[in-house]
Design a protein around this ligand. Sequence first.
Ligand code: C2E
Ligand code: MG
Ligand code: MG
Length: 622
Amino acid sequence: MDPTSHQGRVPALAALRELLDHLGELPERARELLDVIGDDLHRVDSELRELDARYRALVEQIPAIVYVDLADESMATTYVSPQIEALLGFTQQEYIDDPELWTRQLHPDDRKQALDTYTRGREAGEPFTFEYRLMSTDGRQVWFRDSAVVIHDENGDPAFIEGVMLDITDRKNAEEQAAFLAYHDKLTGLPNKAMFEELLSLAIARARRHDMAVAVISTDLDDFKLVNDSLGHEKGDELIRQLADRLREATRETDLVARQSGDEFLLLLADIDRSGPPGSPDAAVLVAEGVAARVREALIAPFDLGDTEVYLSASMGIALYPNHAHEPAELLRNAGAAMFRSKRNSSGGYSTYAHENVDALGRLSLSTLLRKAVEQQHWELHYQPIVDLADGKTIGVEALIRLNDPNGGLVPPGEFIPLAEEMGLIEMIGDWVIEEVARQDAAWREEGLELELSFNLSPRQLWQPDVATRILTRLATRDVAAPRTIVEVTESTAMTDPDRTLRTLWDLHAKGLRLAIDDFGTGYSSLSRLAHMPVDVLKIDRSFIHEVHADEQAGNMVKAIIQLAEGLGMTPLAEGIETAQEWQFLVENGCRLGQGYYFCKPVPAADVLARHRRAGLQVVGD
Ligand code: C2E
Ligand code: MG
Ligand code: MG
């Protein structure tokens, strides 16, 4: 039965009238009364019909499904509002015809509880409210908040269950999203620090029970701020997203990658086996370092940001339970301290916690100083003359960078170039050096001084895809001819990724720049590779030059290198000449070029000009 219907009362009146007719003549008064009642009933009936229509219209328009079920075991539905079709894809009739449909469409996870609540409500005869998911015909999960009341018959027994099923899918999704966000980072979708800490606690508890190890790798992008500032936040965000992907790829399925904040990420390696062969290094440490090495490799390729490519490195710090800490907070702290250590350490992007890591503050100040220096260009170039050893005349200068410490003094490049390289700042510094060399050269030329110009390139600079163009455009703005410049690359750089370096060197050469291999003798050259490099100058490292006239072995080495250079068509240059005897030995053995304190220390540009004015190009024995 449809309880929303109020039909049937007027036909009953007609029947009464018929009955009265059969009973014969009625007193006039009764007839009048009957007419009045009839009219009243007609009016009430049409009012009820109107109400019914309005009620239906209302029921069928609210964004919810209204239903009426029989309050018996059949759970049969006698009425369901048409919204069912829009929300779940079933027609009203389909729903009414199939008493099992509701149960069947319940989400398996919600089925038991929903059925229990419904049955309990029916049996208790009390109103009840419950939430559950129904599967729509197209496979969507639709969340409902179902509020039902039990309608009793005249004997007080449950007759119907009338309910309203409100679609709360949006609200549920928002709740889920909020719950997700409480534990995840919005930008990358990675777990956040809160989740990381919870999982870390669990991992440590598990490791304690099973005698396993847990590693935390704290990862901090080197110089992300600079990218953000120079390329804008959108690109910065994109970079972070790409980085998150690379971190996920570089780690195992079971490892957890979380974003701590900004450009800081945390890696959790749980359930690491501690047992290794007796006497072997700690197996767990090796596992963690292996992951760090993979992360480092994953960052080698540039990040593609549409119109720009960005090279990035990250500094990583490793700390393990139980080796370095027993509590989650301590483990995190120690991984952070180790990370700062690797920030300053030039070799490699990760270090494992050791107790001496605690001097993190000192490290911090140098990296802060460096970032500031990049922002405010606190640099200065000094120039060291390069002389023709035959006559001691200056033929060129090597530009050597110094960092102006705002607290006074100059920081030599050996102390900050490796860190700048680690921090990803070197490209900016390198660009500044070339611009400054070009500017200085233009100024010297104005004064009538024309020198060969050498400057140093670090590995990262060399491996920029467009390095030749980068250099040439900067030189061109000051009309510096490419062949007057010499690009210095250390031997170890040149041999690190020889194929790639070779291509780059040929590109530089093809564009007219000259090349020097710096610090030769300290790296591990492959001679056959060296022979294929378009190198103009071979700079013999100063460790061989020291006391070269007195140290037979050094002397033999230097002679051999000079011959090697000549044989390969390169000009030999001796670095670090400090005495007249060293100079003399080099001249006698055919070394053509040299530089060193004996001739001149690196000096500010003004001094180069002053020397030129004072002594023509004669700068010997100053
Ligand atoms: P380098 O290119 O081999 O430069 C020569 C270094 O030897 C300079 O040290 C110079 O001051 C020093 N030197 C020159 N003559 C003598 C001498 O007679 N005795 C002694 N003991 N030392 C001498 P500096 O300026 O401290 O530079 C160190 C290194 O830093 C450079 O070695 C170069 O590899 C790097 N560097 C300097 N400027 C730059 C730069 O602008 N960019 C990059 N990427 N690296 C740079
Ligand atoms: Mg050099
Ligand atoms: Mg050198």
